[in-house]
Design a protein around this ligand. Structure first.
Ligand code: BTN
Length: 286
């Protein structure tokens, strides 16, 4: 698949550089392609090769989008955001690599929240889903390559349902999950009008925040941890955890400094979860 670089500024993505804060290191190099299998493949190739920190791969029509835990990700051609960011952290240790995906989700939640003050407040379902209420409109997959305790790179894939309608969105991948939604669908509830959102400006806003949170995490996360805790609706509630070993109900205490979920098990013990699917119990009962 041939990606076009932003150097030509022939596509709508070519102007992103002019929308970024001057010190933002992400999005300086953008490869775009009208149709691509998965931007994650390109980002991982770039990571294994010599692509610079902050390089973006973006497509208008992703035909083999990949999600977490071997799921697929589908999005409406020309309406949504499907892109991957290559991150080459200098000071994030391998054990803390999950923070990169958490920071991406937080950046989307905040950037979307700024687009339209009448939208419901975007919230995060640990680790990386961004929701309106209980309905998902953004997924993040972060795949890190490590050497010893260092992160060589992370390919961070972000899919945001921006302007898709109900007809464009897939059925939920399991019956106990709510239907996905989009920014446009949620906008109908506010004033009766659905407004189409500009994707380049939204992308730039996401990148600007993501860059700031990555820098912050590398110096201790003083801004990141409280901001993530504030928007993570998984904290403080009962959830069903689905892991490779099976399913169980736990109470969520919080998110630890390495990004793991601190939970109280049924027998009262404290446990730290690094990989699982989470189902918010309140939704199951609704
Ligand atoms: C999930 O919620 O399971 C994560 C979905 C991630 C989707 C994005 S879209 C851009 C990038 N390319 C992919 O193939 N996947 C990610």
């Amino acid at each position: 698949m041939d990606y076009e670089t932003n150097a030509s500024e022939k596509t709508e993505w070519g102007m992103i550089g002019t929308m970024l804060p001057f010190d933002c290191r992400l999005g300086r190099e953008i490869y775009s392609c009208p149709v691509a299998p998965s931007t994650q493949i390109a980002a991982k190739d770039g990571g294994a090769g010599s692509a610079e920190h902050g390089t973006i791969w973006i497509t208008d029509h992703q035909i083999a989008g990949r999600g977490r835990r071997d799921r697929t990700w589908s999005s409406a051609p020309g309406l949504d955001l499907t892109f991957s960011v290559l991150v080459r952290p200098k000071k994030i240790r391998a054990a803390s690599a999950p923070l990169i995906g958490l920071a991406a989700a937080l950046s989307v939640a905040e950037a979307v929240g700024e687009t339209n003050s009448e939208l419901p407040r975007p919230m995060i379902k640990w680790p990386n889903d961004v929701l309106f209420g209980e309905k998902k409109f953004c997924g993040v997959i972060s795949e890190a390559a490590t050497i010893g305790s260092s992160v060589l790179y992370a390919a961070v894939g972000i899919g945001v349902n921006v302007n898709s309608t109900e007809d464009d969105l897939p059925e939920p991948d399991s019956p106990d999950r709510p239907r996905p939604t989009s920014m446009l669908i949620e906008s109908r509830g506010v004033g009766g009008l659905a407004c189409r959102y500009g994707r380049p400006a939204l992308l730039a806003a996401i990148l600007a925040r993501f860059d700031r949170y990555l820098v912050d995490i590398e110096s201790g996360g003083d801004a990141f941890f409280p901001a993530y805790g504030d928007l993570c609706s998984t904290i403080g509630r009962a959830v069903r955890l689905i892991t490779d070993e099976g399913e169980r109900i736990v109470e969520v205490e919080g998110v630890d400094r390495d990004g793991s979920l601190a939970v109280i098990e049924a027998d009262g013990t404290l446990d730290y979860i690094t990989a699982a699917d989470v189902v918010h119990i309140r939704h199951e009962a609704e």
